[in-house]
Design a protein around this ligand. Structure first.
Ligand SMILES: Cc1cc2nc3c(=O)[nH]c(=O)nc-3n(C[C@H](O)[C@H](O)[C@H](O)COP(=O)(O)O)c2cc1C
Length: 184
């Protein structure tokens, strides 16, 4: 089982990357995770580029990574009340061709961290919405980390209740993915 992780912040020292790492550490034994490290290299989605002869190799890599994944974990900061364009762009690439896309039917969950106490709530809501529209099988609930610059200690969330919620969410994602895996 492999979970593909998309992290919407491109900066070193990202709190969302820390959240992604904390989530991966909570995955059940036997479930691997891969962070897609090339979001910054993806060109803006254009239907002109979306043909076999001109498809950017990084877009092909993303689609293959999504197709190979048993589940998706989207980890988003909040930029101006929404998810960052790099992350939306990745979902847009993964969502095509419509009806036969790599993301179709894939179990998914959304996490988010922001500096504000609102814990990237709007971005998380956007993440659930766009993944669902793209055809993923998204868990309704999300985990949000507010005041994210102070939220981590030794790679874990220092708020134990929030850490438990994170463990619960990724465990449910893995269970959901393994049921789908077995049914396939
Ligand atoms: C362009 C931009 C817009 C932002 N807009 C919001 C916002 O709407 N709400 C919010 O809570 N934080 C906002 N922030 C602050 C981010 O939450 C903060 O930079 C966060 O740490 C980004 O995640 P990262 O640590 O993973 O890079 C914004 C930051 C940037 C750069």
């Amino acid at each position: 089982m492999n979970v593909l992780v998309l992290v919407g912040s491109l900066r070193a020292g990202s709190t969302n990357r820390r959240l992604a790492d904390a989530a991966v550490a909570h995955l059940p034994a036997g479930v691997d995770a891969t962070v897609f490290e090339h979001l910054a290299e993806l060109p803006h989605y254009s239907e002109e580029l979306d043909h076999d002869d001109v498809l950017p190799s990084v877009a092909r890599d993303l689609r293959e990574a999504v197709a190979d994944a048993d589940a998706l974990l989207l980890v988003t900061p909040e930029y101006n009340g929404s998810m960052p364009s790099a992350l939306k762009n990745a979902v847009d690439w993964a969502s095509r061709p419509r009806g036969a896309s790599a993301v179709s039917g894939v179990p998914a969950a959304v996490l988010g961290a922001s500096g504000s106490p609102r814990a990237a709530q709007w971005a998380r809501e956007e993440g659930v919405k766009v993944l669902r529209v793209a055809g993923a099988d998204v868990l309704d609930d999300t985990v949000g980390v507010g005041a994210a610059f102070q939220a981590f200690e030794d790679g874990r969330l220092s708020d134990t209740a929030l850490d438990a919620a994170l463990r619960d969410l990724v465990t449910r994602l893995a269970t959901h993915a393994s049921r789908r895996h077995e049914a396939a």
